[in-house]
Design a protein around this ligand. Structure first.
Ligand SMILES: *Cc1c(COP(=O)(O)O)cnc(C)c1O
Length: 339
């Protein structure tokens, strides 16, 4: 194999050695087993293809200075996948099967875990799909759970720089009201048009308003939103946003460093009062926001006056990264160290 140029990886797919699969059939999940195949043999009437029985997760593994591999908050992802299963009537995947498959996929592809200090990490993508044939609108009786991994580069090629985001009032984030709290591909498919429009206008993401009243901030396409003012970390409370594990971690760290934390509805107008704001998720941890433009209302909210990330965002970003990499003590027990 050619040597991997760790410092020039993008956030994309690279073939690794193995992926790990478990099948649900006749009432039970098979033991997670590895394969080298990148393909799935799938029935043309499988429910994942027609009726969107598909959920996924995203998490990361890091190499510490000590050479050990660390997986960040894997159990949280396992629990969230269970709630996704409930949301679209898929067979519930046990936490143990999830964790066993993730650990196995990472260990088998150990040579793809980027070295400490490269800024890169191993992205882990668990996927659960309905496999058996249905023509009527009914859940499948058979499922496939699989985990693949791929090394990904540092999210910020140009450094930790704020970018502008857009409010597009004609679009809702979650396809039907109510599916916003589960991590399913259908919501992403429905967000592609808005995302594409925003990117075309030079924005890094869409900042969605609540679908019911178009009054409160919900979240960005694939990331939660937070704002900072008066020494307080403020993030939306809403029945239509995905519970981000990064956001949950940052709320804890904000508290740890002496900030107040508020989870409550945030009216759009409050954007004018934030000293800092950001998008948060596994891919980037924090992606600072430069400005929010409400396109249809012709309003603009400048968040970063000097074009740089603010002190609170920077501190939280560095702290979370340090815990993930094992450079700071893992006081909240978030990290699984592989033996
Ligand atoms: C995955 C995801 C996030 C980020 O969640 P993390 O657990 O922090 O990666 C935010 N919003 C949506 C819609 C997502 O799918």
């Amino acid at each position: 194999m050619n040597a991997i140029d760790w410092s020039n990886l993008s956030f994309g797919y690279m073939k690794t050695d193995y992926n790990v699969r478990s099948y649900y059939k006749d009432g039970k999940w098979s033991a997670p087993a590895e394969t080298t195949s990148e393909n799935i043999d799938i029935h043309m009437a499988a429910t994942c293809l027609h009726y969107g029985q598909e959920a996924f997760e995203g998490l990361k593994a890091f190499k510490g200075k000590d050479g050990k591999i660390r997986i960040f908050r894997m159990r949280e992802n396992a629990l969230r996948m269970i709630s996704s299963c409930h949301g679209i009537m898929m067979e519930e995947l046990p936490v143990e099967v999830f964790e066993e498959a993730v650990v196995k996929a990472v260990k088998l592809n150990e040579r793809f875990v980027p070295p400490h200090g490269s800024g890169a990490s191993l992205y882990i993508r668990p996927l659960l799909i309905g496999m058996s044939a249905q023509v009527g609108v009914k859940p499948a009786s058979e499922y496939l759970f699989l985990v693949f991994v791929t090394p990904v580069g540092p999210y910020f090629k140009e450094g930790f720089k704020p970018t502008p985001v857009a409010i597009l009032r004609g679009y809702d984030r979650a396809a039907p009201l109510g599916t916003g709290t589960i991590k399913v591909g259908g919501n992403y498919a429905a967000s592609l048009t808005a995302g594409n429009k925003a990117h075309g206008m030079g924005y890094s993401a869409v900042l969605y308003l609540d679908a019911r009243e178009k009054k409160y901030l919900d979240e960005c396409g694939p990331a939660n939103f937070f704002g900072v003012k008066n020494n307080t970390y403020i993030t939306p409370l809403s029945s239509s946003i995905l519970p981000s594990i990064t956001n949950k971690s940052l709320m804890q760290l904000a508290e740890d460093i002496g900030l107040k934390v508020e989870r409550r509805p945030i009216p759009e107008e409050e954007l004018a009062t934030f000293e800092e704001a950001g998008q948060v998720g596994t891919a980037a941890v924090i992606s600072p926001i430069l400005r929010v433009d409400d396109i249809d209302e012709n309003k603009s909210y400048i968040i970063s006056k000097d074009g740089n990330a603010g002190p609170v965002s920077s501190k939280l970003y560095n702290k979370l990264r340090a815990i993930q990499l094992g450079d700071e003590p893992d006081t909240h027990n978030w990290v699984t160290i592989l033996e």
